[in-house]
Design a protein around this ligand. Sequence first.
Ligand SMILES: Cc1cc2nc3c(=O)[nH]c(=O)nc-3n(C[C@H](O)[C@H](O)[C@H](O)COP(=O)(O)OP(=O)(O)OC[C@H]3O[C@@H](n4cnc5c(N)ncnc54)[C@H](O)[C@@H]3O)c2cc1C
Length: 289
Amino acid sequence: MNKFDYLKPTSVDEAISLFGKQTEAAKYIAGGTDVMVKIKDGKIKPGCLISLRHLQGLDHLTYEDGELRIGAMVTHRMLELSPVIRKEFPILTDAVENIGSVQVRNVATIGGNIVNAVPSADGAIPLITLGAEIRIRGPEGERAMPLEDLFVGPGETVLRPGEILSEFVIPRLPSRTGGAYCKHTRRAAMELPLLGVAVMVSLEDDMLTCTRARIGLGVLAPTPMRARNAEATMEGQALNDQTLKKAGEAAAAECKARDTIRCAAWYRRDMVKVLVPRMAKVAIQRASK
Ligand SMILES: Cc1cc2nc3c(=O)[nH]c(=O)nc-3n(C[C@H](O)[C@H](O)[C@H](O)COP(=O)(O)OP(=O)(O)OC[C@H]3O[C@@H](n4cnc5c(N)ncnc54)[C@H](O)[C@@H]3O)c2cc1C
């Protein structure tokens, strides 16, 4: 393992300033569950790690007037144990309660999961499906964007050097909305998904007609993606078996599944056809509550 300095700023401004002053490659570290693995594997060799752990104001979880705000340093375990998330945003609980182990979830943050930007990041799929916006602070000030626009490719984001992802803002959901996420793996624990599928539906007061559909797919493209063609097949329709089957087929057709050492593309596409209707049914049940 290479030697590095380890700095512990206490404010976001100090962290950004320290980043700018480093002569050797600097890297932010949150929970370290991705960064340290990469350092040990020799994939990255930072001269300096700047810890985000002691920064004030990045670990909030607030729910006001239907709007949810999650600080980037909130851990998966905090999300998993939050009664508000479990009640109002169970699609997020579905995702975080199956990340790694309790030990990993105790330190790993939602911000790190997103900035690491792997197509298998469990946190990313429900968040793009929820329409999350992100807030970013950096040397040039603050900016915001839809989370979906953050990702460029595997491990790549539009973050500029020194920028810190500070929070996620999830807008108020329409009434009669439900959502569900499923991580499809070969075994039940400590596995990255072979694919991840999230579905959200909003219903008319007949509790059958879909007014809005959102489908998020993971490991089915170089970046987390929305299946917009599939969403269009659901909107305005009665959500019966036939409509859901069509949505699954449309999502399988528009995803960009690849063959990898872990799974064949045809299997991933077939499972999209199964999991989109399955998650839609859970979402409908949750919307009905
Ligand atoms: C045993 C094990 C099992 C795992 N299982 C899963 C799993 O099931 N599903 C899954 O999705 N992931 C899994 N992971 C991956 C990892 O735990 C998650 O991606 C985690 O959320 C990363 O968060 P972190 O706080 O540890 O990030 P770190 O490792 O600290 O950082 C990750 C990257 O994000 C950057 N970064 C972190 N926070 C910020 C910020 N606020 N602003 C700007 N840059 C930032 C860092 O510089 C680094 O590039 C697993 C990891 C391990 C070791």
